[in-house]
Design a binder for this molecule. Structure first.
Ligand code: ZN
Length: 173
């Protein structure tokens, strides 16, 4: 396992990758599992609760997530080719952040509940209902697969302010 560099919006080359649509994974094999292991390690090191493959520069429809909180045991989850089968009319506002938009947090309103289908780490296809933080996180991460960032859900002014802030912080660092 290895920690990989996370692409961020202040870097224009990174941003152009983050804006791309990720490709469907044809088979869940050992090479893909090695990628998922790297993604998980990178996410834990950041630290973060979710990561899409595009955030380490791999345009594949793969996500990792861990919503467990201390002192609970880590509960890593893997999602290959996730799809949303259903979303609720009811929405939930939640203050989101993103490892590719460091230190920026803002409220995004999304469907409160979704039904998803995906392949697991072992390549098994499963369906699952998501609500609460799980629903927020899976929708945020699935946006990444379409080249969409959470700041794209904000007003144009808020979005450009967010990118300026990240650029300034990167320069200062
Ligand atoms: Zn994100």
């Amino acid at each position: 396992m290895a920690t990989r560099r996370i692409l961020t919006v202040d870097n224009s080359a990174d941003l152009s990758v983050l804006k791309q649509r990720s490709q469907t994974v044809e088979s869940v094999d050992d090479a893909l599992r090695a990628l998922m292991d790297d993604m998980l390690e990178t996410m834990y090191a950041a630290p973060g609760i979710g990561l899409a493959a595009v955030q380490i520069g791999e345009l594949k429809r793969v996500l990792v997530m861990d919503l467990a909180r201390e002192p609970d045991e880590p509960a890593p989850r893997y999602f290959v080719n996730p799809e949303i089968l259903w979303k609720s009319e009811e929405t939930l506002p939640y203050e989101e952040g993103c490892l590719s938009v460091p230190e920026i947090y803002d409220e995004v309103e999304r469907p409160a509940r979704v039904k998803i289908r995906y392949q697991t780490y072992q390549g098994e296809t499963v369906e699952e209902d998501a609500e609460g933080l799980f629903a927020v996180c899976i929708q945020h991460e699935m946006d990444h697969l379409e080249g969409v960032l959470f700041i794209d859900h904000l007003s144009r002014l808020k979005r450009s302010r967010a990118i300026d802030k990240v650029k300034k912080a990167a320069k200062a660092a």
